[in-house]
Design a protein around this ligand. Sequence first.
Ligand SMILES: Cc1cc2nc3c(=O)[nH]c(=O)nc-3n(C[C@H](O)[C@H](O)[C@H](O)COP(=O)(O)OP(=O)(O)OC[C@H]3O[C@@H](n4cnc5c(N)ncnc54)[C@H](O)[C@@H]3O)c2cc1C
Length: 322
Amino acid sequence: MAQVLILAQHVDGELAASTGELLAAAAIAGDPAAVIVVDEGDGAELAAKLGSLGAQNVYVASTPNASGTLITPQVAAMHAAVQAASPSAVIVGSDTDSREIAARLAVRADGALLHDVEGIEGSGDSLVVSQQAFGGSYSVRAVAARGIPIISLRPNSVEGAAPAAAGTVIPIDIAGDTAPASTISGRHEKGEQSERPSLQTADIVVSGGRGLGSQEKFVLVEQLADSLGAAVGASRAAVDAGYVDHTMQVGQTGVTVSPTLYIALGISGAIQHRAGMQSAKTIIAINKDADSPIFDIADFGVVGDIFTVVPQLIEAVKARKG
Ligand SMILES: Cc1cc2nc3c(=O)[nH]c(=O)nc-3n(C[C@H](O)[C@H](O)[C@H](O)COP(=O)(O)OP(=O)(O)OC[C@H]3O[C@@H](n4cnc5c(N)ncnc54)[C@H](O)[C@@H]3O)c2cc1C
């Protein structure tokens, strides 16, 4: 089978949480292989980790200041790896950087960009993906009409793992790629880091909307999230009202999530919010308005006041945990 390349993102020697899932997706469509960009001299440890996650080959691009340069080295590395490996598909994550890299690579490699993919079937010319379209109004099955399919995969879309593999290192040269790049000139710590799971990759997300009423009362969302070990999200109305930071916004103009469980508290379910969460495996909504559109997509719904229902739910979760 032809190789399927994934882009392995990493920070401080740790692979992104999505890496195993990307390799599992690649294994559905072909022989999984990974591409990494590292500072000169680095890469051996990451390649070993990628092998244990299923990468048969690891294309390693070394470049000065890789960790301080944005986007461009990864695009160059992916392009060089595509030329070296002639893969049948490329798969990246759905974080902001990976999506931009996918778009730039599609232009360079004359490939077919498939965003917001939730499922992959078949291989080679028979590769078919399922994806969300038009802000989540439709789920469609799509093929690349021409060129290599370049896929950005939503988190939690593919189950299982690729079998461990050799992780054979293949150096690739990107020194001749002189595309202008933005470099990081300084870093500022963002203060206290949350211990909660990351919103994009969390297994459970609890989100709050305008129904919470104030920043102080939004703590109810955080309390339920913490009782479940969940990430905290929000609707745009909650963000615009200043209840939480905009990085927590779920939806068309926010983060896309695809958790196993999504709990919506005081959220009406506008189409722009649904675009970012409706691929969750199970959706629970609590809203006092029985006609709220969120109930159209909820698997379980509670019509009631969140300030009455949620404290009871937290107590029940705590009691169940003992
Ligand atoms: C271009 C564009 C992009 C957008 N992008 C996004 C996006 O990315 N994400 C997003 O979320 N929105 C987005 N929006 C906004 C979107 O259209 C809605 O306005 C927004 O999602 C509404 O947020 P909400 O459900 O919290 O508020 P509302 O629609 O006001 O709903 C509040 C809900 O809380 C319920 N409620 C009130 N009090 C209680 C209570 N005590 N107990 C139980 N329920 C209660 C009400 O019944 C109501 O259903 C976008 C809009 C546009 C035009």
